[in-house]
Ligand binder design. Structure first.
Ligand code: GLA
Length: 388
């Protein structure tokens, strides 16, 4: 893959590039908690985007999207949103750098990879983080990783128009091989937990349902949470976000809530507790208990937060019935994308076969499954040009 991208770069631009990789992510538990200042537990995975990049001595960005076989050019003196969807993830990052007074000189770029688009594995965050990382390296800005994460998130807000939380960009930049990372989305403190699951695998089952509802419903959920916080703030002035809310606070004022807002808030408060408990499970090496919390998370997402869909529920239910599986739940924003499953290695083939057959029978769709390995966050890729 990386070789293809480098040779395309050389063919197009006749020079040798710097190469950067930036991964997609999974999230073990802690969904829709990031924008509520809660906890998440993601990891970067071996579905990645590669960037071959070099300065071109002009004020133009020339970009080639390898997977789409499309190219486009943009004047860096006048950066604005584009009609070209994929270009916005790049332009959004350039715009953030310029806003922060970094001089972005012209560059040539070929990028592409193997993160399936629209499967909820954060291909967009990988593109944003990868370009931020690459330009930071190329022009020696000296920007800290966390600041690049925030710029990448802002790029998503302002150029992709999705009001995402910080999890995806954080995971892409801060991933660590064979570890999951618990992020406190309020303090931005984080802690790595070894995720040495020799006898298990992380398996993603891709519904192939494109989450078209996702961005409008995502923004609605954010508003519902804000409504709940506004109500609680009147009763408890110390409440600034759902992070500051307890189950008991909610229960004792249930009647004052709109029932939908109540369900949403209760889910978030409970999901935060699940993340904390799941980390204790990891410390104890109790993956069975960890898996149970994944099932519980799915229940909450399905019934209380209502961001699942029939296909995701079907896959999570089938997985729950299988003795190959420790835990399963929908992952990411919802309304499509993947379920994440913790599967016994000795039953991996059996699991894949059973799920594929069941999905085929129910929906007449050939299920796509991916075994995810946990890798490091965005980094340089050493290329030995002398070999070519
Ligand atoms: C999307 C967003 C994240 C997060 C998840 C839900 O992936 O980009 O910030 O909110 O949904 O947990």
């Amino acid at each position: 893959m990386v070789e293809d991208i480098v040779s395309k770069f050389k063919e197009l631009y006749r020079t040798e590039p710097v190469v950067v990789r930036s991964p997609g992510r999974v999230n073990l538990i802690g969904e829709h908690t990031d924008y509520n200042e809660g906890f998440v537990l993601p990891a970067a995975i071996n579905k990645e985007i590669y960037f071959a990049i070099a300065p071109n001595g002009t004020q133009t960005m020339r970009a080639y999207a390898y997977d789409l076989e499309e190219n486009a050019e943009f004047d860096l003196n006048n950066v604005q949103r584009s009609e070209i969807g994929w270009a916005n993830y790049l332009l959004g990052v350039v715009a953030q750098l310029q806003k922060a007074n970094y001089e972005v000189k012209g560059f040539d770029l070929v990028f592409g990879g193997n993160i399936p688009i629209g499967a909820g594995l954060s291909s967009s965050a990988a593109v944003e983080c990868g370009l931020a990382y690459a330009l930071n390296y190329l022009y020696a800005y000296g920007i800290e990783r966390f600041d690049m994460v925030k710029m990448a998130q802002k790029a998503e807000h302002e150029y992709a128009l999705v009001m995402c939380g910080i999890m995806d960009q954080f995971a892409s930049m801060f991933g660590k091989r064979n570890h999951v990372v618990k992020l406190d989305c309020r303090s931005l403190e984080y802690q790595y937990y070894p995720f040495n699951i020799d006898d298990y695998r992380i398996v993603l089952c891709d519904t192939q349902v494109k989450h078209s509802l996702a961005s409008s419903e995502y923004n609605t959920r954010r508003k519902e949470c804000e409504t709940g916080v506004a109500l609680l703030q009147k009763l408890y002035p110390q409440v600034n976000s759902l992070r500051d809310v307890t189950v008991q606070m909610l229960e004792s004022h249930k009647d004052e809530f709109d029932p939908v807002v109540y369900k949403r808030c209760m889910y978030v408060v409970q999901e935060n507790l699940r993340v904390e408990d799941a980390c204790l499970d990891l410390e104890r090496g109790d993956l069975e208990a960890f898996g149970q919390r994944m099932f519980a998370s799915h229940q909450g997402l399905q019934h209380d937060y209502e961001v699942s869909c029939p296909e995701l529920d079907f896959l999570a239910d089938r997985a729950k019935e299988s003795d190959a599986v420790l835990g399963s739940r929908m992952m990411g924003g919802g309304f499509g994308g993947c379920t994440i499953n913790l599967v016994r290695l000795d039953k991996l083939d059996e699991f894949t076969r059973q799920m594929t057959e069941a999905y085929q029978k129910e929906y007449n769709i050939t299920l796509k499954t991916y075994v995810a390995e946990i890798v490091d966050g965005s980094s340089l890729v050493p290329i030995d040009f002398s070999k070519k």
